[in-house]
Design a protein around this ligand. Sequence first.
Ligand code: NAD
Length: 321
Amino acid sequence: MSIFAAMKDRVIIIGANGQIGTELALALRGKFGYENVITSDIRAPKTLAENEVFETINVLDKEALSALFDKYQPTQIYLLAAMLSATGEQYPQKAWDLNMNGLLNVLDLSLQHKINRVFWPSSIAVFGPHSPKTDTPQFCTMDPNSIYGISKLAGERLCEYYHEKFGLDVRSVRYPGIISWKTEPGGGTTDYAVHIFFEALKNGTYESFLSENTALPMLYMEDAIRGTLALMDTPADQLTIRSSYNLAGISFTPKMIAEEIKKILPNFTITYAAHDPRQAIADSWPASIDDSSARKDWGWTPKFDLTEMTADMLQNLKNKS
Ligand code: NAD
């Protein structure tokens, strides 16, 4: 057994207070223990339990980040800080700066600090109008036209480059739209599929910013976290993709999700906004994804279908209120 295998893992999550980080931190704490999960973000969390370790950090401040690595001697890094698709279109330069230089800082420092494994998520936004629309394959034409998608595609190339050239064990998935109830989403094009549940319970109605037949790939948070941990646990020699794995869950349209909600809340109504800039982004993205490489290499299978996810979302949001 190598000394690394014998050593207990300690992880730092960067951008831990967002939609995914909040739940990933819970899962990682369950796995490695509170003292071995350091959460960090540019803003402090609203609440912090006594045994949670948190550090305020800007991922663009490389010196501070290096000091953080020195302080905690992590074995794994999860980089979640990013500007998402819809917000990115409002601030393209800032989105590029955060998404690219944040990643470069982490890759570079991970090499210097001999980090065992790095996780960085890409997105279905790496595909574009000339990519096949359904069952979008792992390898195909990729011509993203949002600054977010462009930065994610460049990020994938950087991850593969650091793996091939320097041997850094960096792993990635192309998350679809993530649906969850614990933390609200952070400005993406698929956020409607989360807002719709909050509004259905609060007001019984929802105005969708995407048109009724816009199909997009989505994934329930529980599946996303399980998949992320499974990828990070897979022996390195089983992984054939070092850019980013396609990952699929459920593909549906606003109309389909509204119909599922109506089965539980029969009075729920949905309307559709006439014009929204997010529609153009959604129109350039796949409707469904072929994730056979992830299934083959590390046994990926999602558990939640649309009906199960809808019931689980509504139940958890009801319990929360
Ligand atoms: P989010 O916006 O909810 O959270 C991002 C977090 O990063 C926030 O807490 C924010 O405060 C923090 N942050 C912003 N700037 C920072 C900085 N300079 N330094 C440190 N922290 C900073 O995002 P999320 O939905 O949790 O997404 C996490 C990752 O997953 C991102 O890379 C995103 O592109 C990717 N992803 C998310 C989805 C989704 O549907 N949520 C889909 C595909 C890919």
